[in-house]
Design a protein around this ligand. Structure first.
Ligand SMILES: Nc1ncnc2c1ncn2[C@@H]1O[C@H](COP(=O)(O)OP(=O)(O)OP(=O)(O)O)[C@@H](O)[C@H]1O
Ligand SMILES: [Mg+2]
Length: 398
């Protein structure tokens, strides 16, 4: 089939040609937006799931929904060891700029921008040399006396309350999207929860929508006990058979190409409905199929190339980020895990490697920090990357 017309899109955050199987989440968020705009109490969404299931893509789709309702929006990708202050200031700046042309009182908007600037400038510390100071690019003089104490919790609560006030003047809200939310440093995650709590108590129209790995709910509850009442955790999972078929068939149909039923059987057997795998196999199968319709043989012929691309782009790039000690840990997990769940007791890893559990904690902790594994329950460990165990058993020898 003509590779130029290949519709599939494997890749981190790549918008799929068909966003299959996520209608319920999109509908839920529509209700959230409507209720919050009316000042009704509502929990925001936090999307959790393994690598490559489509969290980033869904987060972007939710953002489009908010933009469609004329809300101000901004997005952050959290990183370990990076304070929220700068990225959050930039995201909020963007959100408010979308609202400014519709605001009747430019002085009030400028007032908020001054508070935002003071908040942002706090990231450099008062005694930082001038050249080390980060310039937030906000066109207003920094205000004093609000969101500028240096205590992230106090400042964030004041800042988000003020931002929501500006949105309310315009009759809309602000939605802030936080990807890789599990990576926010502990004091900042606690501050963010506190701010969301305050916003919901005051019925103010600002929502924080998060996405992250499966242990994100545990990170949030460890931070503030009331976080379960602030967020609705939505597990984003692999696609069921019907949705996976639709993800493949709908984009092909637009190009006048069809699949034989046996080809779809073979594709689901290979991908198990994991969205990243669906796109990767769809792409290679399309390129290798000589004629329409695409048949089961075409899938079989394409499989080695699809696997090779995943080995490099999806698995290998992650494995390479691990140090030798971490790789040893990963390979032990792979040897001990079954293919469906991949949850392993940490004590088994230690026994397998003939080591004391405490001597393995540094490797385990840094793998968690790198987002390669997570601990769903105390004493257990699991891969964040689907099929990682299969990949490691096949390929990883060093
Ligand atoms: N609902 C869907 N239907 C079809 N394809 C999808 C769907 N969701 C995501 N994809 C595809 O899956 C791939 C991975 O998506 P995405 O990067 O959003 O995953 P992720 O969960 O954010 O992964 P990571 O944890 O690595 O950041 C992309 O190629 C995307 O096009
Ligand atoms: Mg992502």
């Amino acid at each position: 089939m003509d590779p130029v017309r290949n519709p599939y899109a494997p890749g981190a955050g790549q918008r799929p040609p068909e966003l299959a199987g996520r209608d319920r989440e999109l509908q839920q968020f529509d209700v959230v937006l409507e209720r919050i705009a009316r000042g009704r109490p509502e929990r925001s969404l936090v999307l959790t799931g393994l690598r490559g299931v489509g969290k980033t893509v869904l987060l972007n789709a939710l953002r489009s929904q908010a933009i469609g309702r004329m809300w101000g929006t901004g997005k952050i990708e959290a990183r370990p060891d990076q304070s929220l202050r700068r990225p959050l200031a930039s995201a909020l700046h963007m959100a408010v700029r979308e609202l400014t042309p519709r605001h009747r009182d430019p002085d009030r908007v400028d007032g908020f921008l001054g508070v935002l600037k003071a908040f942002a400038l706090r990231s450099a510390g008062n005694d930082a040399k001038l050249r080390d100071r980060w310039q937030p690019g906000i066109d207003a003089p920094a205000a004093t006396g609000r969101a500028d104490t240096g205590d992230i919790e106090v400042d964030l609560v004041e800042l988000l309350v003020d931002a929501a006030g500006v949105a309310r003047d315009v009759g809309v809200g602000i939605a802030l999207f936080v990807d890789e939310m599990q990576d926010i440093p502990a004091p900042d995650v606690s501050a963010l929860c506190a701010a969301c709590h305050e916003l919901s108590q005051q019925g103010l129209p600002l929502v924080v929508v998060g996405a992250g790995l499966p242990h994100l709910p545990a990170v949030l509850s460890a931070s503030k006990s009331y976080s379960e009442r602030l967020f609705r955790y939505v597990r984003i999972d692999r696609l069921d058979r019907e949705a996976a078929d639709r993800a493949l068939v709908a984009p092909a149909e637009d190009e006048g190409v069809t699949y034989e039923a046996a080809a779809l059987d073979a594709l689901y057997a290979a991908t198990e409905g994991y969205p990243y795998f669906v796109q990767a196999y769809g792409k290679v199968t399309w390129d290798n199929a000589p004629t329409d319709p695409i048949g089961a043989d075409d899938v079989r012929m394409a499989a080695p190339e699809a696997e090779a691309e995943l080995a490099v782009g999806f698995f290998g790039s992650r494995y390479e980020r691990a140090t030798p000690a971490e790789r040893e840990y990963l390979r032990a997990m792979a040897a001990l895990s079954d293919d469906t769940h991949g949850v392993v007791p940490t004590s088994d890893v230690a026994t397998y490697l003939g080591r004391k559990p405490s001597s393995l904690s540094p490797a385990r902790d840094s793998l968690i920090k790198k987002g390669l594994v997570y601990s769903a329950e105390r004493g257990t460990i699991a891969f964040t990357v689907p099929h990682f165990g299969i990949y490691l058993r096949k390929h990883a020898t060093v």
